[in-house]
Design a protein around this ligand. Sequence first.
Ligand code: ZN
Length: 251
Amino acid sequence: MIDTHIHADARSGEDFRDMYLSGIDTAITCSFYPYKIEDELVLRNHLNRILEYDTSRAGEYGIDLKVALGIHPTNALENPERIFEQLYTWIENKQIVAIGEIGLEDLTDCEIDVFKKQLDIADETDSKVIIHTPRKNKKEVLDVILDIVPEHLDEKQAVIDHVNRDIIGDVIDKNYMLGLTVQPQKLDVSETIAILDEYGFDNFLLNSDMSNKPSDPLSIPKTIRELKRLGYKDSQIAKVSHENAQNYFKI
Ligand SMILES: [Zn+2]
């Protein structure tokens, strides 16, 4: 199983152990710093920490931790040029599988500039992006995201993450990959399965988004086991368990 969006830096070794024992082999950890960032050096330290420290920490418990790095909208800062330079290097060296998570939160000018620039870097380097949609004003912010992305990047290269019933109608007929987040305050197991049942298994990635907010590190194994118990076909389950993520991120 692959958990396609976590925040490993916010979690313990015990979580990695439980994930591994429950059948998760691989996870993609995304950048997000939960406290204010006053200069670019602090953010770079956060990103390097994920790349160098959390990957080895998760590895000790059996988890193959893949990395997505970028500037989360709540960490958008005024002079991010050195981080953009670093992104090119990480991509060139195949150290990251996507730019993420990026996106918009409060729709400030700074957020929008940083978002567009990261989409341009993805376009230039033929990279994937993982796009966060916020908890508050989700639809309003998504509308802006859906206006901006096609001007900068092929929709096929972007995951729209944290999709729920309220916004699925806006994205289901486009070419995006869609992330379903099984986490308290987002989707529960039965809501996730209801969406898969209605819209099919081809265009979805599952994730726990486990972070320092209330989270369940085992929400993906629980969803996969429940699909099995309910009698869904192995071929359908394999798509959201790991195949879609393997094919999309080439991991
Ligand atoms: Zn996240």
